[in-house]
Design a protein around this ligand. Structure first.
Ligand code: ADP
Ligand code: CIR
Length: 339
């Protein structure tokens, strides 16, 4: 096979950085789990509107495909190293919206993959089951308010799953980007959602990463959302070994998530700023924040409810991310009020 034929329309980072020379170097390589560069770029080839267009199939992808992943990581993160340690020390942060006028909910997620297992776009049914079992066993040992129950997509009662879906706590089958990459293989087998009794702590199993660890509240209490997540990741790190390397931090399927893997965001209603998109985007850029649609990535904004979250995840600590979000959201609320 020759150099991949990316669509003329594509502006993806994979098209930009997978030069003929680099492709020649990589095309015959395979990772320790047998994953190839042709498999890694399926999503970008199939979807001309990809922004990145490559997924890692395992930890070794970050070593073997380093010649193309590193320029992509540098281009996206403006940095290739994650030489900072984790910082989940409990924080005291004032509520940015104490009257509850703008912020509907606050959510922080981390991604983790189990060391030694292929990542979800490259998992056999048998391995996916082992990953699920290991995670469920660890979740069973969580203490206090983190204790909860697992709803398997295959085995839970349909009515229970329906309730969780209505509360927007489930994840969906992967979108066309994930579909092309192989994430939907054997769906819904060995996938599911763990949630604490108060549903403020959740773990998605075998979505884009083995674990998506989520702390969320229908409030603007950044402090309690962050501190709960800190307790959860401390407890889970005692129970599970996660894929990690000293350059990139925690390793994830999508290179945009490596490092801290943290996305901290709010659902915020900004009716006036919605009419002043330029100002909203200027503020987001100034504070290094990303704007997504109400239903998540690549969705539309509904009723002026934006999903606003940190853009940087690499080379920054978790506590700095939440402080950056706090500062940016405070500035946006100030702008909204003054319009
Ligand atoms: P991820 O956060 O895993 O990168 P998405 O952007 O697809 O992926 O978001 C996942 C889900 O979380 C979506 O259903 C989205 O609506 C929901 N979500 C994101 N941020 C918030 C928030 N602050 N409050 C409530 N739900 C949220
Ligand atoms: C893409 O390449 O467009 C998808 N795989 C999603 C990339 C990750 N998201 C992002 O940059 N916001």
């Amino acid at each position: 096979m020759g150099h991949p034929d990316f669509s003329k329309k594509s502006r993806s980072l994979i098209k930009k950085h997978l030069t003929e020379n680099i492709y020649e170097k990589l095309r015959h390589l395979s990772t320790l789990s047998g994953f190839t560069i042709d498999q890694a770029i399926r999503s970008g080839l199939k979807n001309p509107d990809s922004s990145i267009g490559i997924y890692a199939g395992d930890e070794d992808s970050y070593k073997k495909f380093n010649p193309v992943l590193d320029p992509i990581i540098l281009d996206y993160h403006k940095n290739t190293n994650h030489r900072v340690g984790s910082d989940f020390k409990p924080l005291a942060l004032p509520d940015p919206d104490p009257a509850g006028q703008y912020i509907r909910s606050t959510r922080i997620r981390l991604a983790r993959n189990l060391k030694g297992y292929s990542f979800p776009c490259n998992l056999s049914l048998n391995e996916r089951q082992k990953v699920e079992d290991k995670i469920i066993n660890a979740l069973d040992c969580l203490p206090g308010d983190l204790k909860g129950a697992y709803a398997s997509f295959e085995q839970a009662e349909a009515t229970h799953l329906y309730q969780l879906k209505k509360q927007n706590l489930l994840f969906k089958k992967g979108d066309r980007f994930q579909e092309a990459a192989g994430f939907n293989l054997d769906f819904p087998r060995h996938r599911g959602v763990f949630h604490s009794l108060d549903k403020q702590f959740l773990v998605w199993i075998n979505e884009e990463d083995h674990l998506r660890i989520i702390s969320m509240e229908k409030s603007s209490n950044f402090e309690s959302v962050f501190n709960r997540l800190g307790r959860a990741i401390d407890a889970l790190s005692e129970l599970l070994d996660f894929a990690h390397d000293s350059n990139h931090g925690f390793l994830t399927s999508c290179p945009t998530n490596i490092g801290t893997t943290m996305r901290a965001g709010v659902h915020i209603r900004l009716e006036k700023l919605e009419q002043k998109k330029e100002l909203l985007h200027k503020l987001a850029k100034q504070h290094n924040l990303q704007i997504r649609g109400t239903g998540g990535e690549k969705t539309q904004v509904k009723k002026a409810v934006f999903d606003i979250s940190n853009r940087q995840r690499l080379g920054i600590t978790e506590s700095r991310i939440i402080k950056t979000l706090h500062k940016g959201i405070t500035a946006m609320i100030h702008a909204e009020k003054s319009l």
